[in-house]
Write a protein that binds this ligand. Structure first.
Ligand SMILES: Cc1cc2nc3c(=O)[nH]c(=O)nc-3n(C[C@H](O)[C@H](O)[C@H](O)COP(=O)(O)OP(=O)(O)OC[C@H]3O[C@@H](n4cnc5c(N)ncnc54)[C@H](O)[C@@H]3O)c2cc1C
Length: 544
């Protein structure tokens, strides 16, 4: 047990790591609660995801009007989006708008990597160290480090030999990179590549995509936000926010629709799918039928429809065959949205290489990549190899809890948490969208998490508690509940195809349950119920 001696005054009530949506939201709600707060980010700008991911074509897959923070009605009315899925520049401009208008800058320290955080038993405070050697204390330590912010860098033989630029897609040079007329390799074929390929192929001399797993891809249907649409959005913001709050994936969709594919006659199914396909976005999954991610046969039918629709765009039969997703159900991997991906393969300057079976990569060379069959020469290699989802950033930072255990060590086998927020053995540590939280429209989950965390802190402040210690039995119950739900979904098959949603894209660890699939809306209810009943998942301890 820790003493939590409250006589020692910390530098800040709250220290947050990360200045993306989560960090900015945290500043707002913490300040509103009268807490002192400082947020650190190793990046040179705020924006998180949107300052790091500057690759050509980088854009959100959530539609703009619900991919934002909702704490200020005024800001929602003032900001105008230009396009349905904003690119990184516009997302970043939006985040600057929020930080400027809410005067958040005094609470933000950039270019500062947090190098360690230790819970101090004698004071009950967290000691937070920066890479520059500074130290700060806080009572509440909050991870706003992002659920997909830590890149996965593959370890191909000879990677260091390649003499030209080679970088992860989330580390696209901040100053920009002139790739016109260049020969580009893209390793990986997930959401990043689906966005990047059509853009880079326009001016590159040649683009070669090295694919491990083909994806189910749905249409984005990008379009401008017209004045009429903007007006409609702004008149309906309360409803939009409510829809997100009550949706299983935190999105402003009209679902459940009250109909299952399994109970619908085939002609009617085809008609409904055809009708919804041109509308674009994840709506296709959620506004057609309610059983697509739970019923294997319904899933197969919609998967076949998607394959038919997308692959009919590809002229070359061999490429078409390679681009066909196989051996896993639709949504067992996070499906990307299409902005011209399949058409790009019809260009003379685009080539697809299957590195799963036909032509695995053997090594990098000084001038390119050698596979089992060929040597390809390149001027730029982009590692679009994804992220260590949910746990990556938190494991990269040594966070040491009550008994000297590192969070990374605690998560060796199971990435355990209570609702993705608390971890037993780590008092006064809070995570925004940590492991075993839902996979949803992130700003919705982020704001729900922050409100919950700040409510907990306010309770402690008001009632004179120095420590909140997450209970082990509550953690075991959440882990078991999350695993139980996971088993019942088709997403559990993601481990067959290296899905990051299960951490199956990592070499050095077992696939695991990282996501609560019981519905984001149900999860938000659970957060509310927990707050309303005084946070029964944690033990509060009084001041010594
Ligand atoms: C290309 C791309 C597109 C996406 N599109 C969508 C979408 O359409 N819809 C959706 O819901 N989600 C999307 N996401 C997920 C996205 O990460 C979230 O939407 C959201 O941006 C997360 O915000 P965050 O503040 O939690 O984390 P992030 O934006 O990831 O910010 C985390 C910050 O923490 C900082 N950090 C980490 N470790 C340290 C450390 N030790 N010291 C200091 N700073 C540290 C990082 O530098 C980073 O700036 C997308 C992600 C990517 C990569």
């Amino acid at each position: 047990m820790s003493t939590g001696n409250s006589n020692v005054k910390p530098d800040f009530d709250v220290i947050g790591v990360g200045a993306g949506f989560a960090g900015l939201g945290l500043i707002h709600y913490a300040r509103e609660a009268g807490l002192s707060i400082r947020v650190f980010d190793k990046a040179s700008d705020i924006g998180g995801t949107w300052t790091w991911n500057r690759y050509p074509g980088a854009a959100s897959d959530s539609e703009c009007y619900y991919y934002c923070l909702t704490f200020s009605k005024q800001l929602l009315q003032e900001w105008k989006w230009s396009i349905r899925y904003p690119g990184w520049e516009e997302n970043l401009r939006y985040m600057h708008f929020v930080a400027d208008r809410c005067n958040m800058w005094p609470h933000i320290t950039l270019d500062t990597k947090i190098a360690g955080a230790d819970f101090q038993k004698n004071t009950g405070l967290w000691l937070v160290r920066t890479e520059k050697g500074e130290q700060f204390t806080c009572r509440y330590f909050v991870s706003a480090m992002g659920m997909i912010s830590e890149p996965v860098i593959p370890d191909f033989k000879g990677m260091g030999k390649f003499k030209d630029p080679c970088f992860h897609s989330a580390r696209w040079p901040q100053e920009g990179l002139d790739y016109s007329g260049k020969r580009i390799a893209i390793i990986g074929s997930g959401a990043t590549t689906v966005q990047m390929l059509p853009v880079v192929a326009e001016t590159a001399a040649q683009v070669t995509v090295f694919q491990r797993t083909a994806n189910f891809v749905m249409p984005a249907v990008q379009k401008p936000i017209t004045s009429e649409w903007d007006k409609e959005i702004k008149e309906n913001y309360d409803k939009i926010i409510q829809k997100c709050r009550n949706h299983s994936f935190g999105m402003a969709f009209d679902s459940p629709v009250g109909r299952n594919l399994a109970d619908t006659p085939p002609e009617e199914v085809e008609k409904i799918l055809e009708e919804h396909w041109p509308r674009g976005s994840f709506r296709f999954v959620f506004e057609t039928f309610d059983d697509l991610v739970v019923n294997a046969e319904s899933n197969r039918i919609v998967g076949d429809f998607i394959i038919r629709k997308t692959l009919s765009k590809v002229k070359d039969p061999e490429t078409r065959e390679l681009l066909k997703p196989k051996g896993y159900p639709f949504f067992a991997k996070r499906p990307p949205l299409d902005h011209g991906y399949f058409e790009a393969f019809n260009r003379d300057n685009v080539k697809l290489v299957d590195i799963n079976e036909r032509e695995p990569i053997v090594e990098f060379t000084e001038s390119g990549i050698r596979t089992t069959k060929n040597h390809y020469e390149f001027d730029i290699i982009v590692l679009a190899t994804g992220f260590q989802a949910y746990t990556g950033a938190q494991e990269a930072l040594p966070i040491r809890g009550q008994n000297g255990l590192l969070l990374k060590e605690k998560w060796t086998e199971v990435s355990a948490s209570i609702m993705g927020v608390f971890v037993s053995g780590f008092p006064n540590l809070f995570m925004i969208t940590g492991p075993q939280a839902p996979f949803a429209n992130l700003p919705t989950s982020i704001e729900q998490n922050i409100k919950y965390i700040v409510d907990c802190i306010q309770k402690m402040q008001k009632e004179g508690f120095a420590l909140c210690e997450p209970k082990r039995d509550a953690e075991e119950a959440w882990v078991a509940h999350t695993a139980d739900i996971h088993r019942q979904t088709l997403m559990a098959q993601g481990d067959k195809v290296h899905s990051w949603m299960m951490g199956a894209n990592l070499k050095d660890r077992n696939p695991r349950v990282l996501i609560y699939f019981g519905g984001a809306n149900n999860y938000y209810d659970k957060l509310r119920d927990s707050a309303n009943s005084g946070f029964p998942e944690v033990e509060f301890r009084r001041r010594a």
